[in-house]
Ligand binder design. Structure first.
Ligand code: MTE
Ligand code: MO
Length: 261
């Protein structure tokens, strides 16, 4: 994970925290948590606590010890919705994150950009931004959790990915939707089909009611609030419906591809 920036969390030893939390979990949850990589990010996703200081680390542990197996099983269920928040909870400014500095982020001209659609779909036509903007859009205020140890609440607006997949005649029995991005050294990420069809999984065009800024993935990112941050590709240029596991930028470096509920 050479290029990952390590964030300092005052008073919290991440490894100890993950170890303590694991001990507190009921058996079934513990097994799933360990199978999922036992990361601090997964713990944050599970509890909704943002571990940025020793106080919230403590409340996270308290919360975990209160869980019963049924509650945790529900949180790992792909049919469960990610928690939503009021506008007052939005984190401002919302953090930018990439494996490079913001100046090096893709600078895409929306007029030239097209979304390529490939693989197991009936209609492989490319989509312009104007065409995509005309599709029905929804808003969600949800939490984004990064494995580097931070989380933030944002407001995203866009088209349900399941709606788009239906429009292009995608084979929804295929295993994955694989996204490719415009980053200079590449970025891609496979999403399992049940998560692609999840009602909160979104082709996002707006952040905080403004056209998606460059920092957050202009012109389009895929918002998957049931997954960790790295499974939310920005600057997307193509999607491919496929049965082949094609790997991903962070997945290839050891992060669990499931990484979420
Ligand atoms: N194309 C692209 N998408 C990406 C990344 C990236 O480097 N390139 N980083 C991922 C990670 S690790 C995180 S935490 C989020 C950060 O999104 P944000 O900048 O909107 O906070 O984007 C994800 N999607
Ligand atoms: Mo991340």
């Amino acid at each position: 994970m050479g290029r990952i920036r390590r964030l300092f969390i005052p008073g919290v030893d991440k490894q100890l925290l993950v170890r303590d939390a694991t001990k507190l979990m009921p058996e079934l949850s513990r097994r799933r948590f360990i199978a999922g990589g036992a990361s601090l990010g997964a713990l944050t996703l599970l509890t909704g606590c943002d571990v940025t200081d020793s106080f919230s680390a403590e409340s996270m542990l308290t919360q975990i010890s209160k869980f019963n197996d049924a509650v945790q099983a529900a949180m790992f269920n792909p049919n469960t919705l990610a928690p939503t928040f009021p506008e007052s909870a939005i984190t401002r400014p919302f953090p930018f994150n990439g494996y490079y500095a913001l100046e090096d982020a893709p600078d895409i001209d929306g007029k030239d950009w097209k979304l390529e659609v490939r693989g197991l779909v009936e209609n492989k036509k490319s989509w312009t931004l104007d065409e995509l903007y005309k599709l029905p859009q929804e808003n969600q205020i949800t939490r984004h959790i990064c494995v580097e140890g931070w989380s933030a609440i944002g407001s995203w607006t866009g088209v349900r990915l399941s709606h788009f997949l239906q429009l292009v005649g995608a084979d929804t029995k295929a295993k994955y939707v694989w996204f490719n991005c415009a980053d200079v050294d590449g970025y891609n990420s496979p999403l399992d089909m049940p998560s692609a069809l999840h009602p909160q999984t979104q082709m996002t065009f707006r952040f905080d009611n403004q056209i998606l800024p460059r920092a957050y993935g202009y012109p389009m990112k895929i918002r998957v609030p049931t997954k960790l941050g790295f499974k939310n590709p920005k600057y997307v240029v193509s999607l491919e419906v496929t049965n082949d596991y094609k790997g991903g930028y962070w997945e290839d470096q050891g992060y669990n591809s499931f990484s979420g509920s």
